[in-house]
Design a binder for this molecule. Sequence first.
Ligand code: SF4
Ligand code: SF4
Length: 420
Amino acid sequence: MFMNPILERHKGELDKCVTCAICQPVCPTFQLSGLEKLSPRGRIVLLRRIVNGDIDPSIIADDTYNYCTLCYACQSACPAGVKTDLLFIGARQEIAAAKGLPKVKKKVFEMLESPERVNKAVRMGSIAQKTLGSATVNRLAGGMNVPKLRGKAILKELPDVIEPEGGKVRATVAFFVGCMSNYVDARAAYASLEVLRRFGARIIIPKQQVCCGAPAFNNGDFATAESLAATNLALFEDAEIDAVISPDATCSGAFRHEIPELVWDNDELAVSAQLVAKKTMDWAEFVLTRLDPRFPPTREPKVTVTIHDSCHLAHTQKTHRSVHDLLAMLPNVEIIPLPDSTICCGFGGSFSAMYPEDAATWAGRKLDTIGNTSAEIGIVSSPGCLNHLDMVRSDRREINYRLMHPAELICERYGWTPGW
Ligand code: SF4
Ligand code: SF4
């Protein structure tokens, strides 16, 4: 039986699983469904049978692997170190290859290769959401829940280069915006650019950048993901750049982790993927470790915050503590620990598009946990999670705390607004 290269390379991970179920309590889809088959262990046991050739992937129900937020809390919890991320992506690709991707998904992923087509579609989608309503747009999108679109891509609003405050360059970085910031919710991108600029980064923004490929990769469309990776790697491998920075943990995680896996056996791309992976950092990690940030005293009143750790920082990159450490340096800011801070909020990219009700239920649990800390502000360190939680919160009038990206908090405390 032919298997996709990722599954072929990593199928040995399946043997490491001792079926202990320690991963079950951290798994949102097991907690939501109560079903073994929708738990990490259940998915591993089934995948063993697929890999052994006992079950044809074409007969696997779509939900088995799609109804997974790809949060990888299971991987962090697993005492045997099973790489569930690569296994579950490999499973999705195997099933997609056997059954074919749904037409709408295939079209969307292919469109991502042409930013102009995406810009046009997003502009039209935004107009349609305002005139026809979200329900109609969702119906036209094959039943997927489309987030509220911005209308204008922020890559069209940003300059090509942003010089640092005061002119002294401490580092030169290339900025990867990410689709969520580009087309849906730009708060995180604008604020993190401003924090980078204030602490001495010269920021280059390559305008030809395309989607990082994570949505295509995560849904088993490896060919489109590889084509997108090729475009971005050519732009970001520039040796004159100290780092590639993204405000979106999903995208920085893709550059660091998923793209090198994807192009592992591609002679033309593998070296450049490793190079870019080594240079890629989340914005907070970069500010903290490379820009020596000093926060001056402020007359702002004391504020209490609590921090939700986005999965792709906590479980893919394991750099979530940099957000805590950076915010701990802010005068008059008290951080209240958030129980289960590294458990998924239910966003999960295509998960919230395909299973909006369950995604909202799980977000509600996160919102309650934040509320129980009595913090005045809930900090959410990735734009997709922030937008998802904010959307669900808009139906919860009793919630009186605010949700912000960590860079937004820094900008608000010092009255910093985009200085370019
Ligand atoms: S994936 Fe890890 S934690 Fe989960 S059942 Fe297997 S060995 Fe146990
Ligand atoms: S990645 Fe997250 S949702 Fe998927 S099986 Fe693991 S814990 Fe559950």
